[in-house]
Ligand binder design. Structure first.
Ligand code: NDP
Ligand code: MG
Length: 337
C-alpha cells in the first residue's frame, strides 16, 4: 500500500501556538479553519470585506481585528503557516502582492491543490516549507465529518522542506482538520494536481454530468416524461454511488436487482469503451503538458467567456428546470450554505 499515515503518526504539538493563517473562507476555507480552531490551534482567517466568506466568518464567531482580517497583508504578518484557500486562478496575484512582501522567513506555504506550484504560477522562496494538504472531499464535508467525530481523507506532499520538519508539520495540520482520522496518503504536488484534474474532467464532473444529461435527453427525446427521466438518470445516482463508496462496486451490485447487474455487464462497456479511454488519455496528456492549465488561466484573463456561457446554458437545461420542481417536493434536500 502507498505510504500512509493515521492518528498515531500525527502530533498537534508541532503546530501548538503557531500562527496559522487561512486565506479565503469559501468551501475549503471555512471547513479547514473551523476544524483547526476546534482542534485548539491558533487560527486567523483572511477574507474580503463584505463578501460571502466575510459574512459567514462573522456568523461562525471569528472576530474582526483578532482572528478575522479583511486585509491579506495584515493577516499574514508574523504567520508561521499561510494556507491558500483562494480560487486557484487568484492565488498567484495574492501571493505576489500581499503574502510575499510580508512572508516570514522559514514559514510554511500551504496549499490544498498543487496547481499553482505544479504549473509554476507561484515560485516559492528557498526559505519556506511548501506543503500540500488536500482533503479528498468538498469543504462542507470536511467540516461535517469532523463534527461527527469522523474525518475526510487527505493527501500530503512536501515540495520544499526548509525546516526539516515539513512532514511533521503537514501531519499535524492533517490531524487538526480531522484528516488523519480517515487516513492520509503521501503524494507529490505533480501527482495530486494531475490526478485531481483528470478525475474532475473525466469522471467526477466532466464524465458523470454529461452521462446524466445524455441519458435524460435520450429518454425525453423518445417521448418519456422528464420527471421520470430525472429520477432514473439523476436522482438515483447518489444511492448508487453511496453504495459504491461504502463497499465497492460488487457491494453495490449485490444491492441492485440481477436484471440491473446484467444490464451493467452487458451494456456498460458499449458506452465506455476503448474509444472513451483513448479520449481520456488525450485529456490526461493535455493536463500533463500544461495545455489545460494554460487554457484555464487564459480563460480567466479574458473574463471567462466559455466558462460563463457554459454555466448559463446549463442553468437553462430542462434537467435543471424539472429538477428544481421535483426537489421542491423533497424539502429535506434543501441546498445549504
Ligand atoms: P471557493 O471559491 O469556495 O472560496 C474561495 C474564497 O476565496 C472565498 O472566500 C472568496 O471570497 C475568497 N477570495 C477570492 N478571491 C480573493 C482575493 N483576491 N482575496 C481574498 N479572498 C479571495 O474556493 P475553494 O474552497 O473551492 O478552493 C480553495 C482551494 O482549495 C483551491 O486551491 C481548490 O483547488 C482547493 N480544493 C477545493 C476543493 C473543494 O471541494 N472545493 C477540494 C480540494 C481542494 P468571497 O467569499 O468573498 O467570495
Ligand atoms: Mg479532486
Amino acid at each position: 500500500m502507498a505510504k500512509h499515515y493515521s492518528e498515531k503518526n500525527a502530533d498537534l504539538k508541532f503546530l501548538k501556538g503557531k500562527k496559522i493563517v487561512i486565506l479565503g473562507y469559501g468551501s475549503q476555507g471555512h471547513g479547514q479553519a473551523l476544524n483547526l480552531r476546534d482542534s485548539g490551534l491558533n487560527v486567523t482567517v483572511s477574507v474580503r470585506k463584505g463578501g460571502r466568506g466575510y459574512n459567514l466568518a462573522l456568523k461562525h464567531g471569528w472576530q474582526e481585528g483578532k482572528n478575522l482580517f479583511t486585509n491579506n497583508k495584515e493577516a499574514v504578518k508574523g504567520a508561521d503557516w499561510v494556507h491558500f484557500l483562494l480560487p486557484d486562478e487568484t492565488q498567484k496575484e495574492v501571493w505576489e502582492n500581499d503574502v510575499l512582501p510580508n512572508f516570514k522567513k522559514g514559514a510554511v506555504m500551504g496549499f490544498s491543490h498543487g496547481f499553482n506550484i505544479r504549473y509554476n504560477q507561484i515560485v516559492p522562496p528557498k526559505e519556506a516549507d511548501v506543503i500540500l494538504v488536500a482533503p479528498k472531499g468538498p469543504g462542507h464535508l470536511v467540516r461535517r465529518t469532523y463534527e461527527e467525530g469522523k474525518g475526510t481523507p487527505a493527501l500530503v506532499a512536501i515540495e520544499q522542506n526548509y525546516s526539516k520538519k515539513a512532514l511533521q508539520l503537514a501531519l499535524a495540520y492533517c490531524k487538526g482538520i480531522g484528516a488523519t482520522r480517515a487516513g492520509v496518503i503521501e503524494t507529490t504536488f505533480s501527482e495530486e494536481t494531475e490526478t485531481d484534474n483528470f478525475g474532475e474532467q473525466c469522471v467526477l464532473c466532466g464524465g458523470v454530468v454529461d452521462l446524466i444529461k445524455a441519458g435524460f435527453e435520450t429518454l425525453v427525446e423518445a417521448g418519456y416524461q422528464p420527471e421520470i427521466a430525472y429520477f432514473e438518470c439523476l436522482h438515483e445516482l447518489k444511492l448508487i454511488t453511496d453504495l459504491i463508496q461504502e463497499g465497492g462496486i460488487s457491494w453495490m451490485n449485490y444491492s441492485i436487482s440481477d436484471t440491473a447487474e446484467y444490464g451493467e455487464y452487458s451494456r456498460g462497456p458499449r458506452l465506455v469503451n476503448e474509444k472513451t479511454k483513448e479520449e481520456m488519455r488525450k485529456i490526461l496528456g493535455e493536463i500533463r503538458s500544461g495545455q489545460f492549465a494554460k487554457e484555464y488561466l487564459l480563460e480567466n484573463k479574458v473574463g471567462r467567456p466559455v466558462f460563463n456561457s457554459s454555466r448559463k446554458n446549463l442553468e437553462n437545461h430542462p434537467i435543471e428546470k424539472v429538477g428544481a420542481e421535483l426537489r421542491a417536493m423533497m424539502p429535506w434536500l434543501k441546498k445549504k450554505e
